[in-house]
Design a protein around this ligand. Structure first.
Ligand code: ASP
Length: 433
């Protein structure tokens, strides 16, 4: 196959073309045109992915559970998944704290830049966000209570209820293996075939992925730059050191933590893993949403990385909801950066509380664009850093959101490889495109 016909190259080309179009549009005053006529293509693309997420998780997890010949495997897998997720998240935060304390990007921010950022973005800071309020009022047991749905249709009618869908699917799957095989067969056949249909639909949607990515990136650029590209570039330059520190932290996390995870739990090479997962990572980057990318992540992990459906259909939806290594690392860097820029020194105790609260805040963040910065409020309040400081970083948040989402997705997939290997459910890799 010619290189430019490969899906990941088409997405990369679309990314660059979107970037170039965005720049031309903001220089040539085509911002309005881009938002009105090009952005909707990206919106349709994301909506299509969201549309199939719930049926895919429901069908593939039910099929996955009915294929498990040993039910104790399920609880073992659950325990392992949550434990590895927590460990990788805490490592991500520790890496974030190490880089931000080493490079101290907040201390190099000139006083006048700080003041002008505070003046221009302070109205964007919403301390009283509903999701933050709700999160703060919840006790640990509420988290468990919320996983159990009271109504089948409610649970499956809202993409933010993914853990409820996982719960339902496991329940139905367990029910199915506990009734006589003859009686369970029609329902198992139904979900098997629904699963196949949805996977086919993922293939169809991926055919328009390059157009969707072009539109999304073009829209992000014009929305960031407006009609004044120079101002946006100035902002990026002013916060360049902070942006670089976040990106460096993310890079170290991927290279050190995930490659150690593979060394420890499987023989997979990080390079091969990236090759197989590439389109999902690129989509996560373009959409800034791990929830919207979930169907593609599931397809790549099962069909290309070689993780068995029994593992992928459980580990990935749970990960898209609770495991956000990129987000937690970013929250740690952002909190310390704001403190540094405001002239505050955070001691060891505060830094340790960041490890705890950023873990919780990333678990509580939804897999949608901008969720991480909303949950940052919780981290800042715990260490008594003024929430208004968010104004300093909000201008470049979308760019970092793209990077952290790509890492969030990579983290979920890496953990699914580790869990699959320890369960003897890791198969061959396929590089079909
Ligand atoms: N956009 C991220 C995600 O979907 C969440 C965040 O804002 O950090 O994974």
């Amino acid at each position: 196959m010619k290189w430019y016909k490969k899906l990941h190259w088409q997405i990369i080309i679309a990314l660059f073309l979107g970037l170039i179009w965005g720049i031309i549009a903001s220089v040539a005053g085509l911002t309005h045109f881009t938002v009105e006529w090009i952005k909707p293509v990206g919106t349709i693309f994301i909506t299509l992915l969201e549309l199939i997420a719930i049926p895919l998780v429901l069908a593939s997890l039910i099929v996955g559970v009915t294929n498990l010949n040993d039910m104790t495997k399920l609880s073992r897998m659950g325990g392992k998944t949550v434990a590895i997720y927590l460990v990788t998240t805490m490592l991500a935060i520790s890496i974030g704290l190490t880089v931000v304390n080493t490079f101290q990007p907040g201390k190099t921010l000139p006083e006048e830049t700080r003041q002008s950022l505070m003046d221009s973005y302070s109205q964007n800071v919403d301390e009283s966000d509903q999701s933050v309020k709700e999160f703060k009022e919840r006790t640990p047991m509420d988290f468990l209570v919320d996983i159990v749905p009271a109504n089948f249709f409610n649970a499956t009618s809202d993409n933010s209820n993914m853990l409820q869908v996982v719960f339902l699917a496991i329940l139905i799957g367990i029910g199915l293996v506990n009734i006589p095989a003859k009686k369970g067969k029609p329902l198992i056949n139904f979900f098997t075939s629904l699963n196949e249909v949805i996977i086919k639909i993922v293939d169809f949607i991926m055919k328009i992925a390059p157009y969707g990515v072009f539109a999304l990136i073009a829209a992000v650029i014009v929305e960031l730059a407006g009609d004044d590209l120079a101002k946006a570039l100035d902002l990026l330059a002013a916060l360049g050191w902070y942006v670089l520190v976040v990106v460096l932290g993310l890079f170290i996390h991927v290279m050190v933590v995930y490659s150690s995870l593979f060394k420890f739990f499987s023989q997979m090479k990080l390079r091969d893993f990236f090759r197989a997962l590439q389109p999902a990572i690129l989509l996560g980057f373009s959409t800034s949403s791990s929830a919207a990318t979930l169907p593609v992540t599931m397809e790549r992990v099962e069909h290309n990385v070689g993780v068995d459906e029994e593992v992928a259909s459980f580990v990935l939806p749970v990960g898209a909801t609770i495991n956000m290594d990129g987000t937690s690392l970013y929250q740690a860097v952002a909190a310390v950066f704001i403190a540094q820029a405001l002239g505050m020194d955070l001691g060891l105790f505060e830094q340790l509380s960041i490890v705890l609260t950023a873990t919780l805040a990333s678990v509580g963040a939804a897999g949608v664009p901008g969720a991480g910065i909303i949950m940052l409020v919780i981290v800042l309040q715990t260490v008594n850093v003024p929430v208004e400081g968010i104004a300093l970083i909000v201008g470049v948040d979308r760019i970092l959101d793209m990077c952290r989402t790509a890492v969030n997705i990579t983290g979920d997939a890496a953990v699914s490889v580790a869990v699959a290997h320890t369960e003897g459910l890791l198969g061959e890799m396929h590089f079909d495109d």
